[in-house]
Design a protein around this ligand. Sequence first.
Ligand code: PLP
Length: 364
Amino acid sequence: MGKGLSPRVKALVRASVADLEPYDPGFSPVAINLSANENTHGMPEEVRRDMSVALSHVVENRYPAPLATDLREALAEWHQVTPQQVLVSNGGDEALFNLFLAFGGAGHKMVNCPPTFSVYRLYAEMVETPVVDVPRDPETLLPDIDAIVEAAKDAHLVVLTSPNNPTGDCIARADMARICEACPGIVLADEAYSEFAPAGTSSEPLLDEYDNLVVLHTFSKAFCLAGGRIGYLLGAPDVLAALSAVRQPYSVNSFSQAAALVAVHEMGAFEPVIEDIVHERGWLASELSKLPQVKVWPSSANFLCVRMPEAGRKRAELRDEYSILVRDFSTTPGLEDCLRITVGTHEENEAVVSAIAELLAKED
Ligand SMILES: *Cc1c(COP(=O)(O)O)cnc(C)c1O
């Protein structure tokens, strides 16, 4: 963090890059990693087997299908849209970057609702997009929908995360509709965690009504493929065509296309895993809530946002004394003394609860 560029390089780079803080996932090798919202249950065995077979048939001397034709068609069928309403990307992150590249830029206002995924602001700044922040309520961490609707009225891009990372709340579909209605520009519903949210919370059904809505999904969280880097957008064909125009032609490699295609075909195998994570989320929240020093916000995702005294130090102690990694948000404005804990397997969740309980007990 705070790794500045050398003066010589700083003089050469474009102005919007000179003061950027690189994205820092705060990674370090540990026994229990609950820091990046991955699916720690791992790939279901039968899916892994079929993926290995599919990967062994990949034609590696040819370029990949530029628009991931087979995967795109499978995703279209799954989401009941046309293939032209699907754009596959190298992780959701590539789709986000391309959104800013195509629709952001100098004079193109973007509405952001912090605290949220820090990558939005990073990409906005890279391409000189002016960012208007509509901050969340400091206590509930919920977004201010009326203020977002107001701010959306002259925006090129509104980014809404549902469930939000790192606060865990969803935006109601009716609120999403109000924002789409008010905004002359593009409204992104980032639904990277929607598989963990209650049924009926996704904004996807609004795609039929609003041609300025785009919905982001990823295989990195529920579908155990963070290493494969596969994300996709659903949206109106002409909006996605603008993103196709700015993307790198072969950004999604053949191996990842093949792996994700197997995941789509065997979607059912992930259901028990997702159900278990949702169940464990309830268990983890209730155990942590029993500790009087800890505040836990409700979450519809595979992580919890929690507040406790000296959170930054606790995070370091968890790492150094227990080999457990969680994500530190204690220096993020609005999230003072907050940590984000990924919901893991039952054993992992037990380990993090007892470690936090011990650390807190030491202080009394
Ligand atoms: C993880 C995440 C993504 C996308 O992640 P990829 O691994 O790049 O697909 C997008 N948005 C949010 C809010 C996320 O947490």
